[in-house]
Design a protein around this ligand. Structure first.
Ligand SMILES: *Cc1c(COP(=O)(O)O)cnc(C)c1O
Length: 391
């Protein structure tokens, strides 16, 4: 008989009942060190006092009105995002998937309104993940996500990841945008080298094509800069954000330049919940904390520590690990064992990690993780890896 929860996930036998910073407490009382952060969502850890206060204060005042009215919390968060990024304007969503929907719509509408309605194609890359809607799965294009779901939203062109020559050959007068994650998350923590991102920007400029960055997983301080593309010194025209921006509350956003957003006039897009007072009150506090240069410098320092210790871990378990990759607090352990086996061994050692494609186990700890917790994480990962080594 089917379970009452639709069985689209094969879930671990763990039920967490409480969170404190980088720790998750299981129903039986065990304390797990959380290096997954709900897949890069709990950027400030669990139950951060500033976010609990923002949530409870706003909950006592007002939860929901409608985008038919002014929403001061939404205005505040939009102003902060505009102040700290390339963007001139922001639309709020409830998820990364919804951000993908708008990013694609915005790019197509841009060219429609410029008198080039034939420019509808979006170029994407192998191993990408952009969400589970019809546009999201068509954008990523992998058979795993698309098979059995009928006709896909047309207008996506898939290229090998990071292949500049293929990209140069594929951009033409039907292309409206190139959509890429600066660091692939689900795809196995695969960073696009800075030089590639720069080359991509140049190519887009040359052909008048919009560059859409999906920073749903790598954004909001994850790499030690507010957004990952800052490392390459280029800016997109449109950017998808979600996950970390809500610190655990469902919140997403699409950021855009004034020009890229020019087609999105009154009535062209909307959302019932997107930008509601609860989510935006929390998002504004997340931005206050993470956009602070001192906080980001601390993320960079701790990331270097974590990475250095992980290199040591890899060296001491050559049968289990191949290498470490990624940036900041978005790191991947490329494994010689099945990633699921390492994740399960981690559960036994009371440390949470997340599997990804390409034989990688992801480490996406809360950005607030302490030095002592990093040391403890390595001890627990060492135990997990040790349990997999053939005797
Ligand atoms: C998680 C993710 C999405 C989808 O976000 P949801 O909130 O699950 O809809 C899109 N793109 C990337 C890069 C992601 O990591």
């Amino acid at each position: 008989m089917i379970s009452s929860v639709l069985p689209t996930y094969s879930r671990a036998p763990l039920s967490f009942v409480k969170g404190e910073g980088a720790w998750l407490i299981e129903a039986d009382g065990r304390r797990f060190l959380d290096l997954g952060a709900g897949i890069a969502v709990n950027a400030l850890g669990h139950a951060h006092p500033a976010l609990v206060k923002a949530l409870t204060d706003q909950a006592a005042a007002l939860w929901h009105t409608s985008n038919l009215y002014q929403i001061p919390q939404q205005q505040e968060l939009a102003d902060k995002l505009v102040e700290h990024t390339f963007a001139d304007t922001v639309f709020f969503t409830n998820s990364g998937t919804e951000s993908c929907e708008l990013a694609v719509k915005m790019a197509r509408k841009y060219f429609h309104d410029k008198g080039q309605p034939e420019r509808v194609e979006v170029i994407t890359f192998d191993g990408a993940f952009h969400g589970r809607s019809s546009a999201g799965i068509a954008a990523a294009g992998s058979e795993k996500m698309t098979k059995g779901f009928g006709p896909l939203l047309p207008g996506f062109v898939h290229l090998p990841f990071g292949d500049h020559d293929a990209l140069t050959a594929a951009i033409n007068d039907k292309t409206c945008a190139v959509l890429v994650e600066p660091i692939q998350g689900e795809g196995g923590i695969r960073p696009l080298p800075d030089a590639c991102l720069k080359g991509l920007r140049d190519l887009c400029d040359e052909h008048g094509v919009l560059m859409i960055l999906d920073e749903v997983q790598c954004g909001v301080g994850r790499t030690g800069r507010l957004f990952a593309h800052e490392w390459a010194g280029v800016t997109p025209d449109i950017m998808m954000v979600a996950k970390g921006i809500g610190g655990g509350f469902p919140l997403g956003a699409v950021l855009a330049t004034e020009d890229a957003a020019s087609g999105m006039t009154a009535g062209t897009h909307g959302s019932t919940y997107g930008g509601n007072p609860l989510g935006c009150a929390i998002g504004a506090r997340v931005m206050d904390i993470i956009a602070d240069p001192e906080f980001l410098a601390e993320v960079q320092r701790k990331s270097a520590l974590l990475r250095q210790k992980l290199e040591g871990l890899v060296a001491s378990h050559p049968d289990v690990f191949e290498s470490v990759r990624g940036a900041g607090m978005m790191l991947g352990l490329k494994c010689k064992v099945a990633p699921g086996d390492l994740v399960a061994a981690g559960y036994a050692a009371e440390v949470i990690t997340v599997p990804a494609a390409d034989n990688v186990v992801r480490l996406l700890p809360p950005l607030t993780i302490t030095d002592a917790e990093i040391a403890e994480a390595i001890t627990r990962l060492d135990t997990a890896a040790g349990s997999l080594t053939p005797a």
